[in-house]
Write a protein that binds this ligand. Structure first.
Ligand code: MRU
Length: 370
């Protein structure tokens, strides 16, 4: 997607063929800063400290992190230790585990001398595959936006609501939830996106608003609690969010607050779609509320807020009384019954075991009870 009118990705191999470039997303929207990762430790830090975030980009960064590790030390011991280091960075986004397992399965049988080159090659493929997958999600989701435009009589822009950032910044390019938005924008369908600010880290206000603005898509930032009100007043045609992990029965883990938006959508008859690339599927579990680990982050993300001051500098300020404890659950689970449909690279399906198997029949034998 475009930054200052020029297309770019969120992660790339630097011209030296060794270091990996990323955008430091903790600096957006006020500063656009590219950072080089040269070691496994730097890649792990980038994921843990959320310089990169969003399930698909976390997966791609972990794949490159393995390549950086193999460049340093390609022994069996280093291979296992690198997998463990990266796996421990963030617990909820399952793309992390998926990418590490892909890399481990490829690298384990190879001689140490062959591992670094193979790791860079596969990391590059994982990044390219993510772009292709998200482009396909965009094509399938476009149909839903076109249908909403038809329902609106083509008299006014389609009104979408999204939560957190599931745009190109959360992936290598295109995004998941925003891929259909970009596809519709390219098609010339007038649309407008309500952007939940997404406390505590404000990925909506700082990242989604920034990338939509860079790409010229009309949008308005709202506080997290405004969505229900807008839906009651017919101001939302459809919701599309991303997901960090979706179970075999269609339960969806996503940024904290997604569940409440799905409840409001259900109550108001607003379609609630979730866009997901297949590496975000966790076929090994059914019950998301019970079995998806929910990341708990530092309480300072709740008690403090960062922003730009009028003199142009940035600062963190405290919001909460000294001494008041704060809890910081980063994700919640929306049960499949509240999800109208899942938008995948293979098409749109009901959020159910049968729906998912209709698009991914090769998974049938892996699923419990089949
Ligand atoms: O904590 P983050 O910023 O990594 O979480 C990302 C999300 O939860 C997004 O909502 C997104 O939809 C999942 S990744 C496409």
């Amino acid at each position: 997607m475009n930054v200052r009118g020029k297309p770019m990705r969120t992660i790339w191999l630097e011209p030296d063929g060794g270091a990996v470039g990323i955008i430091d997303q903790t600096r957006l929207p006020h500063d656009f800063v590219a950072v080089q990762l040269g070691t496994l430790a730097e890649a792990a830090h980038a994921i843990r400290a959320m310089l990169v975030r969003g399930a698909p980009l976390i997966g791609a960064t972990a794949a490159y992190g393995m390549a950086l590790a193999m460049r340093q030390d390609a022994s069996d011991r280093a291979l296992d230790a690198s997998c463990a280091t990266l796996l421990a960075t963030r617990p909820t986004a399952v793309n992390l585990r998926w990418a590490i397992e892909e890399m481990r399965a490829l690298l384990r049988p190879l001689a140490p001398g062959e591992r670094a080159a193979a790791a860079y090659r596969r990391a590059g493929e994982i990044a390219d595959e993510d772009v292709a997958i998200n482009r396909a999600i965009g094509r399938h989701g476009l149909g839903l936006i076109e249908a909403a435009w038809e329902r609106a009589g083509k008299h006014r822009p389609v009104e979408l609501l999204t939560h957190c950032n599931a745009g190109w910044l959360a992936t290598v390019d295109w995004g998941t939830a925003l891929a259909p938005v970009y596809a519709a924008h390219e098609r010339g369908i007038p649309l407008h996106v309500w952007v939940d600010e997404t406390r505590p880290r404000n990925q909506g206000a700082s990242l989604t608003a920034w990338e939509l603005g860079q790409h010229g898509v009309a949008h308005t930032v709202i506080v997290d609690n405004a969505g229900g009100h807008l839906m009651q007043h017919g101001r939302v045609d459809l919701c599309i969010t991303g997901t960090d992990r979706t179970t075999a029965s269609g339960d969806v883990a996503n940024k904290i607050g997604t569940y409440l938006k799905a409840l409001a959508a259900h109550d108001n008859g607003v379609p609630f779609y979730v866009a997901l690339p297949s590496p975000t599927m966790d076929w090994s579990i059914e019950d998301g509320v019970r079995d998806i680990p929910i990341e708990e982050r530092d309480a300072t993300e709740v008690t403090e807020i960062a922003g730009r001051l009028s003199d142009g500098s940035t600062a963190r300020v405290r919001l909460v009384p000294e001494g008041s404890p704060a809890a910081n659950y980063a994700f919640d689970v929306t049960p499949a019954r509240l999800v109208t449909g899942l938008i995948t690279e293979r098409g749109v399906c009901p959020a159910s075991r049968a729906g998912l198997l209709s698009l991914f029949p090769e998974r049938r034998q892996l699923m419990a009870g089949e």
